[in-house]
Structure formats: structure tokens, C-alpha cells
Design a protein around this ligand. Structure first.
Ligand code: NAP
Length: 334
């Protein structure tokens, strides 16, 4: 496993991190434990989750899985989004207020769900326009001083939201963000416009989520072929929305590129992200050991400058850069 500097912190994160969205949905406790033990065995030391993942059970499953090896992993969770039932029966998310009292309540719940007395990285899941930013950042500072969390970060912020929060903390010499979690992958490159340059300028570690575009960047979906029965497309409209003719053409071209080099498209998607040095860890959502093994294999594949240029050419030729539009944070897919 390769390890990377985690922003301005003194931590080194494994280049590949485990996303906890599936734990409690596709993975029961036994499968979660199996994946996490195997991941730790392969040198993975970063696990990301949120109180709402796995219909509320992801933190609990992860906590049980790391009992006895807590010191080997960085537990990263979030506050700021809550599941919401829409009148039409569909699920979506709403802001869970980033007030001092609510942050503290949520953090205590996370500690208890994990069965630990500290979190390694506590992230603001989304910007809350209604919570006073001084209150939010001051509370995070207190939590760091109290040892409840070692570091803090943000997720799904835009450039301005990040600057407001970062400036508030730095002017008061409070604990500040060390990381920025963002959706970034071969077909969703909006982060390149401002988030990546911002993180580079501020020395912020980037945590990439949706590295495989919810499984679309794995080669399992092909034009005019039915979805594999166990795949997310079979239950998720959001995955199916990504399967436009243009995207499938691009995916097929990238799949060919990977296969010509004896690799999978999932490996290409991960190694392409890892070619960017600002990225501290690439999160993957795996539902079994085979997927995990393949994702880990990607870490050893160092793409050459020539490879990177060829990939850009393929993407530009198919005219798709930055055009994929989807809601950045919708967890409940069926
Ligand atoms: N901060 C945020 O707002 C936010 C938002 C989204 C996600 N996240 C984080 O990012 C993590 C990953 O998100 P995600 O699971 O939605 O997206 P993802 O990592 O892009 O996609 C995961 C899917 O890819 C497929 N897959 C994984 N490895 C594979 C392999 N080696 N070969 C073939 N298929 C493979 C699986 O699809 P099948 O299930 O179809 O087999 C899996 O469900 C989450 O767990 C969470 O921690 C954070």
C-alpha cells in the first residue's frame, strides 16, 4: 500500500480508503467485518462514513469490525446531513443544522455508535447557510481541544463556502480544515475548476468520493446489454441516469484503454485519480472481497504522462469533460 500526506496534518493516509455507504445496505455485519479486516490486512488505514449511511447502521458495523484494531485505522465520519422522506415516498437528504449543540449531539452519537472515544476526522457533510459560521467552527475547535476528534474537514462545500469557514477559523487561530471531500472521477471533473486548485493553494488534503461513478467506471455496463443482476443499476435510477449513450461510448473507450494494458476500468479510474498528488485518499465503495482486491491492485499502477495525455484525448474527443450533471449527495438509490 502507498501512503500519502494528509493535508497539513501529521497523518499519512493509505492511497485507497474504504467508503462506508454500503455497510448496512449491501453488506451485513459479517460482510462488513470481512471487508474491513481484509482491507486492514492490505494496509488500508482510512474508513469514511456518516451517521446516515447504511440506514444508520454503518458507523455501528464499522465500530464492531475495528474492535481490537482501532489503533490501525483512521475513522472518518460527518455531521450536517440527515435522511429525509419525501411526500412521494422517495428518499432525499436535508441539512442537519451545524449549530454547536447539534454538532456535539451528533458527535456523541457517532462516538457511541463506533464504540470509541475519539474520531480521527470529523467532516462537515455540507454547508449550512443558516448556522452562524463562527459557532460551527468554534465548536469544531473545542472538539479538537477536548480530544473528541483529531482533525476536521469539509465535504460538498463550494469554493466560497470553504473560504468563509477557513478564514473564520484561521483569523481566530482555531483548529481548521485539513481535508476537503469531493466527488471527482474520470467522468465528473468539475472539481478541477476550483476545488483542486483551492486545495493545492491551501495545502488541504483531497478525499475523492464516487471514484468509480457509483460503479459506472468499472466496465460492468455495456451498450445494448442488460445490467448485471447484482449491480446498482438494477435498483438505482441515479446509476441508470449515468448510462447515456455518450457516457457508455466513453466508458467503452476507457475500458479498451485499460484492457490493452492488462488492467480493469476500475483500476484505471483509481490510478488516474492517484496520479494527482494533492489527493490524499481515493474512497471506494466495495461490496465484496473481489472488488476490494481489484481496487487495491490499482494502487501499484502508475500512469505515465503519455497515458494521461491519451486519456485526456479520449475524453476530449468524446466531448464529455465536466458535462455530467447529477445531485452530489443522494444516498438512497432504490
Ligand atoms: N461526502 C459525500 O457527500 C459523499 C457522497 C458519496 C459518497 N461518499 C463516500 O464515497 C464512498 C464511495 O461511494 P459510492 O460507493 O457511491 O461510489 P463508488 O465508489 O464510485 O462506486 C462503488 C460501486 O462500484 C462498484 N465497484 C467497486 N469496486 C469495483 C470493482 N473492483 N470492480 C467492479 N465494480 C466495482 C460497485 O458496484 P455494484 O454495487 O454495482 O457492484 C460499488 O457499489 C461512500 O461509501 C462514501 O464513503 C461521500
Amino acid at each position: 500500500m502507498e501512503y500519502r500526506k494528509f493535508g497539513m496534518s501529521d497523518l499519512a493516509t493509505s492511497a485507497l480508503g474504504i467508503g462506508g455507504l454500503h455497510f448496512g445496505v449491501y453488506c451485513d455485519q459479517a460482510r462488513t467485518t470481512e471487508i474491513i479486516h481484509n482491507a486492514i490486512g492490505k494496509g488500508i488505514n482510512f474508513i469514511d462514513t456518516a451517521p446516515m449511511y447504511g440506514n444508520g447502521s454503518s458507523e455501528r458495523f464499522i465500530g464492531r469490525a475495528v474492535r481490537g484494531s482501532r489503533h490501525k485505522v483512521m475513522l472518518s465520519t460527518k455531521v450536517g446531513l440527515a435522511p429525509k422522506n419525501e411526500p412521494d415516498g422517495k428518499f432525499s437528504v436535508s441539512i442537519d443544522p451545524l449549530t454547536g449543540q447539534n454538532i456535539r449531539r451528533s458527535l456523541e452519537n457517532s462516538l457511541s455508535a463506533f464504540g470509541t472515544d475519539y474520531i480521527d476526522l470529523y467532516q462537515l457533510h455540507a454547508f449550512d447557510p443558516n448556522a452562524p459560521i463562527e459557532e460551527t467552527m468554534c465548536t469544531l475547535d473545542s472538539l479538537v481541544r477536548e480530544g473528541k476528534t483529531r482533525f476536521i474537514g469539509c465535504s460538498n462545500y463550494d469554493h466560497n463556502e470553504f473560504e468563509i469557514a477557513f478564514k473564520t477559523a484561521s483569523e481566530r487561530e482555531w483548529a481548521n480544515f485539513v481535508s476537503f471531500q469531493v466527488q471527482y472521477n474520470l467522468i465528473e471533473r468539475r472539481a478541477e475548476r476550483d476545488i483542486m486548485p483551492l486545495c493545492g493553494a491551501r495545502g488541504i488534503g483531497v478525499i475523492c468520493n464516487r471514484a468509480l461513478a457509483r460503479g459506472v467506471l468499472t466496465g460492468k455496463y455495456k451498450k445494448n446489454e442488460p445490467f448485471p443482476s447484482q449491480s446498482r443499476a438494477s435498483t438505482s435510477i441515479r446509476v441508470r441516469r449515468l448510462l447515456s449513450e455518450e457516457n457508455l461510448n466513453l466508458i467503452s473507450a476507457l475500458d479498451d484503454f485499460a484492457k490493452e494494458r492488462g488492467r480493469s476500468l476500475a483500476e484505471l479510474a483509481i490510478s488516474w485519480l492517484l496520479s494527482k498528488e494533492q489527493i490524499s485518499t481515493v474512497l471506494v465503495g466495495v461490496r465484496d472481497l473481489e472488488q476490494l482486491k481489484n481496487c487495491v491492485e490499482a494502487v501499484d499502477w502508475k500512469l505515465s504522462d503519455n497515458d494521461l495525455n491519451c486519456i485526456d484525448e479520449v475524453i476530449e474527443r468524446l466531448g464529455l469533460t465536466g458535462k455530467v450533471k447529477e445531485n452530489p449527495e443522494v444516498f438512497f438509490e432504490s
